[in-house]
Design a protein around this ligand. Structure first.
Ligand code: MIC
Length: 647
């Protein structure tokens, strides 16, 4: 049996372990990506490695999340990042130049290489056949310092695409179909590889949309072949020389299979408040819409925006509805302007914003109370928009534009009554303007790092004690996202480089007293259901609870990146041996264990806790040797320091 594409790329980059699903492996990383919200902490971590210049082929730092400057904080962080980029040999994409994923696709992605990014939507680069994985900032900092990336070898999930999308249906509907079928847990432990005759019908940017939201399935990453469509995109970017053909062998096999006939995919929409709460748009037609936002992290490419422009051309946005455009990059905006699209948007009454993440991460654009907001964003976890009990729906640019025209949720195929399907294609040659990207100097050794008052030193963490006596500080349910654990938004994001300050917001929406209680009591444990920590890569969702004294999390299951982040910061990620024990634990219960260090060091999987109220709870520590060493050291940074001092 031949090899699939994911296995080929993994094999080319394998530095440790064997490519057997479920086994620990390490791969060489070629490119890294940092954005400003995760990047300040990651950069502090890179500095702690004392490596003078990045060791990857290409490192990029984007400023796209914290664009709102209401005081010194975000501006301080940006000055810090700019000076670090210069010093350490990193390309800097300046504020206003665009969202990391779109710019990476346009200017840096190379088929067949590996990319590690401190953002869960890094797999957008799947659109170019790049194996792109989202990770915590510390993992990316270590990759920048030349270390391989450790992960559990995923299963490769082959999705055969046949047929062709019908008019008014696009890439977003394909990934929503995947979420409808497989839920937010469906991709956990898997790389999704699309293959088959339908692939060639999808443009690089449609593929990027599908790759981006593979994160919502919990997948390790997504990959598409590098073919004629990839070459078209790279040539249009003036980067045709880095194209090479990459496909699975014709007789390749996969660990798991599914098939989508693209011609059967219908316009779909994810209802509040989970990306897998998907229904056909037709099922909720007529629902009054108050706000529409197109763009940001996903569906912010030229094709997506120009499609909206064409639909709105010569029309007015429905009364009582605000319609926003967040371009993915300055390049996208310039190309839309060049084709006359901006005028179409302005005359229709749309609000056009600077390129960036903006409302996608709660940096503005929060909807009003009870308002219905349709967004082309990747996630709609509760409260992520900034508004409590928000009503956020996720849909394609076509469905978003239809709501803009009719003022209510409308199957975009109905637009066919008003205009012919615009069938917008990406340009054959994009206008390319790299003035928003600063290349690093050959020698940055004399550059001074600019550290403003918002950059607070990284907290020191003790190693794992031999005994723990923990109080259950909070008990939460299934599919709790990192947005619930460590919220984002314009109030909180500026504290990403200040752990004591950001820790005050941990579980803020679920339990406003959590932070104070946990800090006052110290030594706590969080009890959770399935897929705990899904969503973003933000390591602050581990780092800040650790700062508050959380030493263990006991869940029915963990999302990949969050689990890795917990280990990176010395928090035990434990699962229940008997999932029914979840029901026995309640807030305020005490859990005790002794002889912990020996058990962790000797590879014991079962850790038995004495319940304060009597009885036992058996938990499982499914961790490999390297992970156990990190836990014993109190986190990965401590372990790296121990190793370098031992040398
Ligand atoms: C997100 O979409 O949730 C974010 C904001 O891009 C995060 C990164 C972060 O929290 O800074 C992600 O997806 O990893």
């Amino acid at each position: 049996m031949g090899q699939n594409l994911a296995t080929k790329i993994l094999a080319n980059h394998l530095v440790e372990g064997e490519l057997v699903a479920g086994q620990p492996i390490a791969i060489k990383i070629d490119h890294t990506l940092l954005q400003d919200a995760t990047g300040t902490m990651a950069m502090l971590e890179f500095i702690a490695t004392e490596v003078p210049r990045v060791k990857v082929d290409l490192a990029a730092q984007y400023v796209d999340h914290n664009l709102l400057q209401t005081d010194n904080k975000n501006a301080d962080d940006h000055a810090f990042l700019a000076s670090c980029a210069e010093k350490f040999g990193i390309y800097l994409s300046k504020p206003g130049n665009g969202v990391s994923h779109q710019v990476q696709l346009e200017r840096f992605g190379v088929p067949g290489t590996t990319l590690l990014g401190a953002d869960s939507h890094t797999p957008t680069a799947a659109g170019l056949g790049q194996l792109a994985i989202g990770a915590g900032g510390l993992d990316v900092a270590l990759a920048m310092a030349g270390h391989p990336f450790h992960l559990t070898c995923p299963r490769i999930w082959g999705i055969k695409l046949t047929g062709e999308l019908r008019p008014w249906v696009s890439g977003k509907d394909v990934i929503l179909e995947m979420l409808r079928r497989h839920t937010v847990k469906g991709g956990v432990g898997r790389i999704i590889e699309y293959y088959g005759p339908g692939v060639a019908t999808l443009s690089a940017t449609d593929r990027a949309t599908i790759g981006n939201m593979g994160a919502e399935l919990g997948a390790t990453t997504t990959i598409f072949p590098s073919d004629r469509r990839t070459r078209e995109f790279l040539e249009a970017q003036g980067r045709g020389d880095c194209w090479r053909e990459l496909t699975a062998d014709p007789d390749a096999g996969y660990d798991d299979y599914d098939e989508i006939d693209l011609s059967q995919v219908e316009p779909l929409i994810a209802c509040p408040s989970s990306p897998d709460n998907v229904v056909r748009v037709a099922e909720i037609e007529g629902l009054k819409v108050d706000q529409v936002i197109v763009g940001s992290s996903v569906n912010s490419s030229f094709r997506d925006l120009m499609t909206v422009c064409r639909i709105l051309e010569g029309r007015r946005i429905a009364p009582g509805l605000s319609f926003h455009i967040n371009p993915g990059s300055r390049q996208v905006l310039e190309n839309v302007v060049d084709k006359g699209g901006l005028m179409m948007l302005l005359l229709a009454g749309a609000q056009v914003h600077q390129p960036g993440c903006l409302g996608c991460i709660g940096m503005g654009q929060a909807p009003g109370t009870n308002q219905v907001s349709l967004r082309t964003f990747p996630r709609n976890f509760p409260g992520r928009s900034g508004t409590k009990e928000d009503r956020v729906y996720l849909c394609s640019p076509e469905t978003a534009a239809a709501a803009g025209v009719y003022g209510v949720v409308t199957d975009p195929r109905k637009l066919g009554d008003l205009l012919p399907w615009p069938a917008v294609q990406n340009p054959e040659r994009y206008l390319v303007d790299d003035s928003g990207i600063a290349a690093p100097p050959e020698d940055g050794s004399r550059v001074e790092i600019v550290t403003g008052p918002n950059i607070v030193p990284f907290p020191a963490f003790a190693s794992l004690p031999d005994q723990l006596d923990l109080e259950v500080m909070i008990k939460v349910g299934d599919n709790i996202s990192t947005d619930t654990i460590m919220p984002a938004g314009n109030k909180v994001l500026p504290f990403r480089s200040n752990i004591p300050a950001i820790s005050k917001f941990v579980f803020e929406q679920a339990d406003p007293e959590f932070s104070e209680r946990a800090k006052a009591k110290g030594d706590g444990v969080v009890v959770a259901g399935e897929n705990y920590g899904q969503g973003s890569s933000r390591e602050h969702a581990a780092l800040a609870p650790r700062y508050l004294g959380i030493r263990a999390k006991i869940a029915k299951g963990f999302a990949r990146i969050h689990r890795a982040n917990l280990i990176n910061f010395g928090i035990l990620p434990l699962t229940f041996k008997n999932p029914g024990d979840y029901d026995r634990l309640n807030r305020g219960d005490r859990l005790r264990i002794a002889g912990l260090r020996d058990q962790v060091a000797s590879g014991a999987v079962e850790l038995t806790w004495q319940l304060g109220s009597g009885g036992e709870v058996v938990t499982l520590l499914n961790a490999n040797e390297r992970e156990r060493e990190e836990l014993l050291a109190g986190g990965l940074l401590n372990k790296v320091r121990e190793e370098s001092h031992g040398r």
